[in-house]
Design a protein around this ligand. Sequence first.
Ligand SMILES: *[C@@H]1O[C@H](CO)[C@@H](O)[C@H](O)[C@H]1NC(C)=O
Length: 648
Amino acid sequence: MEKAQRLRRCGERTVLYCVVLPVCGAAAAGQIRYSIPEEMQKGSFVGNIAQDLGLEAKALSERGVRVISRGRTQYFALNVKSGHLITAERLDREQLCGRAEKCVINFELLVEDEVKLFAVEIELTDVNDHAPSFQEGKLEFRISETTAVGTRYSLEEAQDPDVGINSIRDYQLSSNEHFSLHVQAGAAGDKYPELVLEKPLDREEQAGQDLILTATDGGDPVRSGTARIHVVVLDANDNAPVFSQPLYRVSVRENVPVGSALLTVSATDADEGLNAAVAYSLRKTKDKASETFQVDSRTGDIVTVGTLDYEEEAVYELEVQARDIGDFWGRAKVLVTVLDVNDNAPQITVTSLSTSLSEDSPPGTVIALLYIRDKDSGGNGEITCSIPNHLPFRLQKSLDTYYSLVTARDLDREQVADYNITVTAKDSGTPPLSTTTFVFLKILDINDNAPAFSQAAYSVWVSENNARGASVFCARAADADWGDNARVTYWLAEGELQGAPLSSWLSVQAESGAVHALRALDYEQVREYNVTVTATDKGAPPLATTQPVRLQVSDVNDNAPLFEEASYSAYVAENNPAGASLLRVRASDPDLGRNGRVTYSLGRPDGAPEWKAGPKQKPKYRERSVPYSYNLHWDSTFSTGSKDSENN
Ligand SMILES: *[C@@H]1O[C@H](CO)[C@@H](O)[C@H](O)[C@H]1NC(C)=O
């Protein structure tokens, strides 16, 4: 069906330009001209050549009619039955003739029997069988965003092998904001498309765009080809860096170590690549901020390079700057608030101090003035001050930062001679910090203690017959005071004894309290001395204590019994009965007790043999109740003892 249609159409369009001509002789007898559209199928009807040559169709083969081709390719053939000239293959005008306006194929027809040649000329007419096309389906333009409006860019021309009206006729550009299309006509009717910038580009707004360039031919139907145009907008450094916020705030504890990162600032640059690279810096200022902080030029990290001290600087205002390579810059402020940390212990200064205090100072006497401060603020700087409870002192707050250390009770040097008072100042931070200091106080002595004897009363025994000047006892009194107040001297109260002053009997050494007997004491003469020792200290005024001392003389057997008579004589009658009293001798001894107790015994007069007293012969006497008086009785007869025993 399609074949039939095509054939008919081709047939219709087959045009016989002229039919010629009886040619005589063997040479070219005439010329036949046909015109056919290109691209007809093989075997398509070109012309009824038999008829056009005036030949019998049936006789063609008999007459040896054939096509003589000039080249090697036979494009046409003769159907000897029908007498029709047909295409031997599909003919492509563009292939055979290129862009030539007119495409003609020549060959000869030989009629053998008459040796006649007919020239046949077939014109191939163009059919719009090609669409315009671009060699590069995709074009790319790199255009800086600063390019001036009106700048032109040549575009590639489209190709269309068809000729005439079937060839390129026009170009169109897809609708867009920035570009228009300008088509320039060359001398030979060629068309050169150009891209024209109509509106400034902004990479930051639109970094690239795609356009479609369409080329159309004039055929019927119109055929077209497209090329994509990709426009890349090249960056220009036309934007300054912008910080993410105009003001950064950060709070930081004052004790962060040096090198701590506080925050990161960030600025962006709408440009691209190198144009978008920013370097951060802190604006140099005269104050401490620039020595305390640094910004990493690449990362924007702000770090401390010095120590922070709330007490010194509580707020820092920094200005941070971001710069790109084109010297465009942006700025932001950074507010660093330093938070107080309890990093300062209270300080105590003893501003006034008496290192010693008399023990009789009344309660409320000021010992020291303490100046107390803490560099921290708020609770971290609130101080309470204390001393141990058991001490006889208290702290009195005066003003805000002063304490006075005063005595709270009476002092007694004899109990505590000095105090090392620990003063503690503590702040209310968490954790609290404290400081201690020591106030040393020496208590000065007052002569408030009299010397005290170790015993309420002394009773001393001294043996009689002492050497003259011998120490008989030592008075000893202690004084709780100190120094001269405690230095004790002794003296004896004056008195009289047996008509002589006591001082002639006894004396005391003032410093040592040693009491000496100036004479040999004699029990038999004076048995007891009652003296008073006074101990006095050297205070001003001095204090004294008296102490009675009873000095008793103890007896020593220093007296031999003494007979009342130097000699006794008695006459004894013979035959005196045993037991009869002869005489009475009497001896006395002034010593006391056993020392004064006298016993009697008989002895022989000098030169006479010893009385031999045997058990039975021992002279017996009996003590009578009358002291110092004894009766001598004969118990037995006296006899003389042997000489031996005497010499033994
Ligand atoms: C007080 O006591 C402290 C702590 O025991 C000591 O370091 C200081 O030397 C003492 N002061 C005096 C004067 O003894």
